[in-house]
Design a protein around this ligand. Structure first.
Ligand SMILES: Cc1ncc(COP(=O)(O)O)c(C=O)c1O
Length: 361
């Protein structure tokens, strides 16, 4: 066992005896099913963060009564690490993920994980599992920080103890083709005053059954609308949504607290602004999307998120109608932003926004 000295939270490190990397076929990795050698954790006990540890990835043991399993005090993040051509490890705007996790924690009555634990734990994990970051185009190392309540207590109150963890998995592309989305007409993901803006497990659990129904109807995902009137466009299951209407990019605003504030969303908006592409961030009614399509002015629609980067939408199903979008090759705006984003993330182009964080070797 080694110890990495940090400013406040030393990390104990128990390295794996033999890496599992040779058993992995990096040319065909399914998304989210292959896990790298190590994981990081730290515990919140008696009001203090302690026990920062890196261990071989593996099972963890908790009592069946821990409240995170019962009442949903569970938050998570999703980010990716890339390798540039020089072999450096690059992270894309990692502090945005940290800040969002702090915000999610607040909404779910959980403590904030200290920035040092998040940052040092992640960096050390990436150094140890450096060989697991696939250098191939289209592939990356997906990073999953998360935190859950660990009080052994049956009853509804905020837990007093928590565990924060990070594990990573090498991944390939999330979608291998454009997605077909069905507009929500019956089910709800988020509403004002709810938890839509927190990255918390229950938000995702609630969408599983509606997505099964959508898949039975031939769609891949749901385009969620506001939960009160089914009028305003919110987002897609794991992506924020953008439309190009008559040459202007439009994406729903997030100030009502119902939409996840995506790192990709913010980056896409900034790239468009930088490139002089007109972009509007405002409430957007589904009726406006339908009308634009009817007039032939809906030129593009796409989802934006860490897992998929940019996912073109090929079809939008609403009230029995199928709105078909132009061929992907005829979508200059989303294709431009996709390429720009990928190039910045992989360190292939200048980073005018100072978004890339290079993990110190
Ligand atoms: C509901 C939801 N919306 C949007 C996003 C996109 O966010 P980001 O770009 O930070 O990955 C995600 C992914 O985390 C998500 O789960």
């Amino acid at each position: 066992m080694e110890t990495l000295e940090t400013r406040e939270y030393p990390i104990r490190i128990n390295r794996i005896a033999k890496s599992r990397i040779e058993s992995v076929d990096f040319s065909k990795i399914p998304f989210g099913k292959v896990f790298s050698d190590h994981m990081f954790y730290a515990d919140y006990v008696n009001g203090k963060w302690t026990n920062a540890t890196i261990e071989p990835y593996g099972n963890i043991s908790f009592a069946p009564s821990i409240s995170g399993l019962h009442y949903g005090q569970l938050i998570f993040e999703g980010m990716k690490a890339y390798k540039n051509e020089a072999g450096d490890t690059l992270l894309f705007r990692p502090l945005m993920n940290y800040d969002r996790m702090v915000k999610s924690a607040k909404r779910m009555a959980m403590p904030a994980v200290p920035k040092e634990i998040f940052k040092e734990g992640l960096q050390e994990l990436l150094r140890l599992d450096n060989d697991w970051i696939p250098p191939r185009p289209g592939a990356s190392l997906y990073i999953r920080p998360f935190m859950f309540a660990t009080d052994e207590y049956v009853g509804i109150r905020p837990s007093e103890n928590y565990r924060f963890m990070i594990f990573t998995c090498p991944v390939g592309p999330y979608y291998d083709r454009p997605v077909k989305v069905k507009v929500a007409e019956k089910y709800v993901r988020a509403f004002e005053g709810g938890t839509g803006q927190a990255k918390t497990a229950g938000n995702y659990a609630a969408t599983l059954m509606p997505v099964i129904e959508a898949k039975e109807q031939g769609f891949d995902q749901i385009l969620w609308l506001d939960g009160c009137h089914f009028e305003e466009v919110h987002e897609i299951g794991t992506m924020n949504v953008f439309f190009v209407i008559d040459g202007t990019v439009v994406t729903p605003s997030t100030e009502k607290g119902t939409i996840l504030e995506g790192v990709t969303r913010d980056s896409v908006i900034k790239i468009f602004e930088h490139k002089g592409v007109p972009v509007e961030v405002r409430p957007l009614k589904i009726a406006e999307v339908v009308e634009a399509h009817e007039k032939g002015l809906l030129h593009d629609a796409f989802g934006a998120g860490t897992a998929a980067t940019i996912a073109h939408i090929s079809e939008i199903g609403y009230k029995g109608k199928h709105m078909i979008l132009p061929d992907v090759k005829d979508r200059p705006i989303s294709n431009m932003v996709k390429e720009e984003l990928i190039n910045i993330k992989r360190g292939r182009t200048a980073d005018p926004f100072d978004w890339i964080y290079t993990v110190p070797a």
